[in-house]
Design a protein around this ligand. Structure first.
Ligand code: 2HA
Ligand code: ZN
Length: 263
């Protein structure tokens, strides 16, 4: 399977989960030189994209990035118009080596993605992927829950046994900030120093990790917890998972869970 097949399969699944309506969402994935060689000649730079922030730490790396204004719905059947593969040429420049055939360019959230990659690579050398999407129940929760990251994490952990196992480091929550801009990029990347998942209130989520399966699974698990929350938060609750039970779970699974939430 080529990296294009792998990425478009996930984009299609994200669309079918109803997490990427219209042109909602974006993805960026670090590719190996071998993966790029399989698709195109990585030394043939078709076009260049300039950015004002410093991406020195990424120079020489290859990324596949969804195009601005493109619909996840269309990526599986038409990858070459909807996606681009780029090499980071210098601290301010991405060089297109494949894709964006109709004259497209990287997602408006590309600077945020690239800043997130820089931070996650500092935490985990095997990090490769950033996915931004609009899962319904996570967005719902940011309307009816406070936006304190620890409290938000606590309630997601307590919705189902799997939560603390899948995201022991918790979830960061940002208030509403204008998307596509510098402020939200800096705020998101800053949270990525400690978290793999950052919720944007009334908008969606950024999730990061090593593989497509891992990050898709992270989004699924957070969204499932949020769905349970939305179904029960205004009902009479008879019993829930307690702090003690979460600590028992964490010990059994040897989880390095975020401290200061349940203890
Ligand atoms: O453009 O989701 O945040 C697609 C988006 C922007
Ligand atoms: Zn969005």
């Amino acid at each position: 399977m080529s990296c294009i097949d792998e990425v478009t399969e996930i984009l299609d699944l994200l669309y079918k989960h109803n997490w990427d309506e219209r042109n909602g969402g974006n993805l960026s994935y670090i590719l190996t030189e071998e993966e790029v060689n399989f698709i195109c000649n990585p030394n043939n730079i078709i076009r260049e994209f300039k950015y004002s922030f410093d991406m020195s730490e990424l120079v020489g790396k290859y990324f596949i990035i969804t195009g601005t204004g493109k619909y996840f719905k269309n990526c599986l059947k038409d990858p070459i118009n909807n996606l681009g593969i780029m090499k980071v040429l210098d601290k301010n420049t991405l060089g297109l080596v494949w894709g964006y055939l109709d004259g497209g360019r990287p997602t408006s959230e590309a600077p945020t993605h690239l800043k997130c990659h820089i931070e996650r690579l500092k935490q985990d050398k095997e990090h490769r992927l950033v996915i931004h999407c609009h899962p319904t129940n996570i967005i719902c929760m940011t309307h009816v829950h406070d936006l304190d990251s620890n409290h938000f994490t606590e309630d997601l952990w307590k919705m189902q046994t799997e939560s603390i196992v899948v995201f022991p480091e918790g979830i960061a929550v940002l208030p509403w900030i204008l998307c596509g801009g510098e402020e939200i990029g800096i705020a998101t990347a800053d949270k990525m120093k400690e978290y793999r998942s950052v919720v944007w209130a009334q908008h969606g989520i950024f999730c990061t990790g090593k593989t497509l399966d891992e990050v898709f699974g992270l989004i699924e698990t957070i969204e499932k917890a949020a769905e349970i929350y939305m179904k029960i938060f205004d009902k009479k609750i008879y019993q829930s998972i307690t702090n003690e039970q979460l600590i028992t779970l964490a010990k059994a699974f040897n989880l390095n869970y975020r401290k200061g939430i349940i203890d």
